[in-house]
Design a protein around this ligand. Structure first.
Ligand code: SF4
Ligand code: SF4
Length: 132
């Protein structure tokens, strides 16, 4: 029987899973941000035109340098090293919203959200380390 999911705010997914901070965002994400006038978010998305009706929206791309980021620009450190928060939680990308897809996905990517006894340490990303 699968256990109940409870996010500990450890930041592991946002910091360590490259698909979280260097993934594609959806047409629905773009529409949501446009409707809410979030040009600040849209500025970090690069759209690649792959042909008629075929576009790829990649995030997050630094609007000043044009480089893929190494840390999500919306990830906030909680005071006293007590974990992390998403600065755009209510309107975050669909792929962030969907993570983890199920318990096995969580366990395979080192998310402890299904582990009731887990006490979240604060993680420090290591250069070049990616779990997905
Ligand atoms: S890895 Fe799991 S427990 Fe940690 S912040 Fe992400 S969803 Fe929450
Ligand atoms: S948008 Fe929010 S949930 Fe997604 S990687 Fe950034 S901080 Fe994490």
């Amino acid at each position: 029987m699968s256990q109940k999911f409870n996010c500990h705010g450890c930041g592991h997914c946002c910091l360590m899973l490259i698909d979280a901070y260097n993934g594609c965002v959806s047409d629905d994400d773009l529409l949501r941000w446009k409707q809410q006038g979030r040009d600040d978010i849209l500025a970090w998305v690069e759209t690649l035109d792959l042909g008629p009706g075929n576009q790829l929206h990649t995030a997050w791309v630094n609007p000043e340098t044009g480089e893929d980021v190494e840390r999500c620009p919306w990830l906030l450190d909680m005071l006293n090293g007590n974990g992390y928060l998403c600065g755009i939680e209510p309107i975050k990308p669909d792929h962030c919203r969907a993570y983890p897809e199920h318990q096995k996905h969580a366990e395979a990517t080192n998310c402890q959200g299904y582990n009731k006894t887990y006490a979240a340490p604060v993680e420090t990303p290591k250069e070049g380390q990616h779990d997905e």
